[in-house]
Design a protein around this ligand. Structure first.
Ligand SMILES: [Zn+2]
Length: 392
């Protein structure tokens, strides 16, 4: 079916190209014999191949018949693209290389062919060849410069060459400001490598570059808070945690152990901090609500903590909230009731194990842990924690 579709598209492209080529030939006086010319003969040979179910030979013959002139260049580019999309990259490369060798291409056409050829090389993993072609487009003032930068940055990203990715990303962000979100992640990746080498100062520089690139980079904030705490600067760590409440309250659960340590050191008041997080999230994450319930239990007793959680899960049903309530009340009921609650708890826990807690807003991928880059669509910062009924 797919093969038939491709052949249909291919024949359509050729027919248009042939008509254009024929018109061009007549215009310049080449086609003295419109019937029975070499061009027409090649078409009949190609047709014979098709009828004899030899599509490869037919395609070769048709391409040979379609002369390259200013009006058929687009058709050739489209044919090459079709080959590439179909997975026949070797043939796509041949078509595009053949085109690029033509001396009569306009500057714009030459750029387009070069760009398509670079994409062919990327598909087959010939990165250095692709990179050379893309570099040339980037250095020129080609209208395809931004697209070439996008492709080139992806090459460095795939190779985890974060230095180069940052260098190309900086050029790209000037053309496409929205790229700042991704660029900030590249800085964070560099910071992660510096942390592995225990180069704390270098890691801090990279994370600060990330936050300067994208002020809303939750990842940079979380990592800066952790870095400062690990270096013994609780005050600075607290400052970043306060920033996290403003920028990404839904991500506070990622930092709860750190928040608790900062509270123990007197850097912040846990109850006030959690209230602020809950106030700024709509609805709040159940993990944050339960951390606040723990505080209520400590200061005001089990009944108040229970009322607090019930009030929340009545609006936002939550399995974790249910487990919390079971644990709160298990010891207060008679042995038979305790047994029933234990069975109920096991069932709810099994449901939680199967549940996904994060989802990609771009492609719908869902998983149990937070990825900064979606494993399916490779988008950065597209995965968010599930909340409320989605999380339930
Ligand atoms: Zn995705």
């Amino acid at each position: 079916m797919q093969e038939l579709l491709f052949l249909g598209l291919f024949m359509g492209a050729l027919a248009i190209g042939w008509l254009l080529g024929r018109r061009e030939a007549i215009k310049v006086g080449f086609m003295l014999e419109p019937h029975g010319s070499a061009l027409d003969r090649q078409y009949f040979v190609g047709l014979n191949y098709l009828l004899n179910e030899q599509p490869d030979e037919a395609i070769e013959t048709f391409i040979r018949a379609l002369e390259v002139n200013p009006e058929t260049v687009e058709t050739h580019i489209a044919i090459g693209k079709l080959f590439c999309q179909r997975g026949d990259v070797e043939r796509a490369i041949k078509v595009h290389q053949n085109l690029l060798a033509r001396p009569n291409l306009t500057r714009e056409q030459g750029d387009r062919v070069q760009f398509e050829l670079a994409r062919d090389y990327l598909v087959v993993g010939m990165h250095s060849r692709a990179q050379r072609l893309l570099d040339e487009l980037i250095e020129s003032s080609s209208p395809l410069r931004a697209e070439a930068l996008v492709d080139l940055v992806k090459v460095h990203e795939r190779e985890h060459d974060w230095n180069e990715a940052v260098s190309v990303g900086r050029k790209l962000v000037r053309e496409r400001p929205g790229f700042a979100v991704t660029l900030a992640h590249y800085h964070c990746e560099m910071a992660a490598e510096a942390l592995q080498r225990k180069e704390w100062q270098q890691a801090r520089v990279c994370l600060e570059a990330a936050i300067n690139t994208d002020k809303t980079s939750v990842r940079a904030i979380l990592e800066l808070a952790a870095l400062e705490e690990s270096r013994g600067d609780a005050l600075e760590a607290t400052r970043w945690l306060q920033q996290l409440v403003l920028i990404g309250p839904d991500f506070v659960p990622q930092a709860l152990p750190l928040v608790r340590r900062c509270a123990d050191n007197g850097g912040l008041i846990l109850a006030d901090y959690l209230d602020k997080v809950i106030e700024r999230s709509s609805p709040p994450q159940i993990v944050t609500v339960l951390a606040r319930a723990d505080e209520i239990k400590e200061t005001s007793g089990i009944s108040n903590a229970s009322r607090y959680v019930v009030a929340h899960i009545q609006n936002q049903p939550s399995l974790r909230g249910l487990i919390y309530l079971i644990d709160l009340h298990k010891d207060k009921v008679e042995p038979r009731g305790q047994q029933n609650l234990t069975v109920l708890r096991e069932i709810v826990e099994a449901l939680i194990i199967d549940a996904h807690h994060y989802r990609c807003e771009a492609c719908g991928f869902s998983g149990r842990r937070l990825h900064w880059q979606c494993p399916t669509c490779h988008g950065w910062s597209t995965i968010r924690p599930l909340k409320g009924r989605d999380a339930a």
